[in-house]
Design a protein around this ligand. Structure first.
Ligand SMILES: NC(=O)C[C@H](N)C(=O)O
Length: 318
């Protein structure tokens, strides 16, 4: 018998109409469809809508997976979709185990006519148990597509195919009759694991826009241990931001508010990416702002210096 651990954390996949007020709320975890030759154990460390999930929950989840991994062949995590990509990337950074971990959720709640939860959970379980999944780090399964935790992002607020992200899925599950057909389009890559005992650092995100002259920057810089800016294009900002960043000793990571492509230091006008990097800013490469924030808060929580943080962002393959 194979052993599968299913960790339920809440989200729409666990939601039903709220008996006490408006809307739907997470209540009961989805049951995992029967799988021949597989023993399933269920775990429920918390039941939250994913906007209530914090880095502390992500670390607790990573620690639970590490305790389950030695006695299980695979792990599935059900999660709300709103912050699923942040939890997936946090697990990518935090997990040492090579036991396959696949996250999933649903866009329609458990009493909706077209609930997509059972299909996504079955996909996630069969992907996690498939021999080709080993060594790939945590993955996200949604609508039959399989995504890498580094690149997956929620691309639609209501559609059932809610997940995407450049350069797209790294695999796909389909079925012929009841038999799953799992196909990967990319090779497994080595992964570096970080092991903080807590995630106590504070990292704030600022969002750039035309005409921004730095409103909110000083306040964020004063209260946070590090900043991420969702900047323009290849990582550019209005000229007024350049002296503010030059005067900042804390790490300032530059991501892009566009939905695909890297941050690279191309432009030499005031606030252009080349001037920001010269001023000490750290380019986020292909990570979106909210994933760059997770990496920065892991590194700050481990006590990394600004130069050490720069080396991780620039030299490691994220
Ligand atoms: N589809 C979902 O799961 C959305 C929900 N608000 C959540 O993230 O918990």
């Amino acid at each position: 018998m194979k052993r599968l651990a299913v960790i339920h954390t809440g989200g729409t996949i666990a939601s039903r109409p709220n008996p006490h007020g408006p809307g739907v709320t997470p209540q009961t975890p989805p049951s995992v469809p029967g799988l021949p030759g597989v023993t399933v154990s269920d775990h429920q460390p918390f039941t939250l809508p994913s906007p209530h999930v914090t880095p502390a929950h992500m670390l607790a989840l990573a620690q639970l997976i590490e305790t389950l991994a030695p006695t299980h062949d695979a792990v599935v995590v059900t999660h709300g979709t709103d912050t699923l990509e942040e939890t997936a990337f946090a697990l990518h950074l935090l997990l040492r185990t090579e036991t396959p971990v696949v996250l999933t959720g649903s866009m329609r709640h458990a009493e909706a006519l077209s609930w997509d939860g059972p299909g996504n959970v079955l996909d996630a379980a069969q992907i996690a148990l498939h021999p080709a999944t080993a060594g790939r780090g945590p993955l996200v399964a949604f609508g039959g597509d399989i995504f890498d935790a580094r690149t997956v992002t929620k691309v639609h607020s209501t559609a059932v195919d809610a997940f995407g992200g450049y350069p797209g899925p790294i695999g796909r599950i389909d079925r012929v009759g009841e038999t799953p057909q799992v196909r990967f389009f990319a090779s497994p890559e080595p992964r570096q694991a970080f092991t903080p005992s807590h995630l106590g650092a504070r990292v704030d995100i600022l969002y750039a826009y035309a005409g921004w002259t730095g409103e909110g920057y000083a306040e964020a810089e004063a209260r946070a241990d590090g900043l991420v800016i969702a900047a323009l294009g290849t990582g550019n900002l209005p000229g007024e931001l350049l002296p503010l960043i030059q005067a900042t000793c804390k790490p300032v990571v530059i991501a892009t508010r566009t939905h695909a492509g890297p941050v690279i230091p191309v432009y030499g006008y005031a606030g252009g990416g080349a001037t920001l990097v010269e001023a000490g800013a750290i380019p986020a490469s292909f990570l979106n702002a909210h994933k760059a924030r997770i990496l920065l808060l892991v590194l700050l929580s481990l006590g990394y210096s600004r130069d050490a943080i720069r080396r991780v962002f620039v030299d490691d393959p994220f």
